[in-house]
Write a protein that binds this ligand. Structure first.
Ligand code: SME
Length: 150
């Protein structure tokens, strides 16, 4: 299955001696090009001690939302809740920051380093309700792998 193949590829990418941001960018591109329902893939990270997220490496259309306050949008809520957030239909969300009219659904999975929520992977999909537990387990693996670089 695609996620098993991707796990192996991500482990190889993580072990390469390139910069952290180069690795993250390659992971974003790999995920976007390999998973049909991943249309935008990016990382957000906590901005030092400030209660806001800053956009890191991503693959897909550039977004205006390069800074997101804690609590705002799906990303900002995950920064506070420390939990995965699966949004099958973005239209059903009140606290949602729209990046593109094409986006129908979203998944955000937090990234922990030493038990601290330091960021997240954010995926937008142009398909409605595409995410399953397989996506969650896979993206948790991606975040655990990326955490080893932080
Ligand atoms: N939709 C997100 C904002 C980030 S973009 O998807 C790139 C949110 O509601 O937090």
């Amino acid at each position: 299955m695609i996620f098993d193949i991707l796990q192996t590829k991500i482990t190889v990418l993580i072990s390469n001696s390139i910069t952290r941001d180069q690795t993250l960018h390659l992971i974003c591109e790999l995920l976007k090009t390999s998973v049909p329902h991943y249309d935008w893939v990016g990382f957000y990270f906590k901005n030092g001690h400030k209660e806001e997220l800053i956009l890191g490496p991503y693959a897909g259309t550039p977004t205006d939302h390069t800074t997101i306050p804690f609590g705002k949008g799906i990303c900002g809520q995950v920064a506070v809740s420390n939990k995965n957030f699966v949004v099958p239909d973005v239209k059903a969300q009140d606290n949602y920051i729209a990046c593109s009219i094409n986006v129908k659904s979203e998944i955000v999975v937090p990234l922990f380093v030493d038990g601290q929520n330091v960021g997240q992977i954010d995926i937008d999909s142009n398909t409605i309700d595409p995410f399953t537990e397989h996506d969650e387990r896979f993206l948790e693996f991606v975040c655990r792998s990326v955490a080893t670089l932080m």
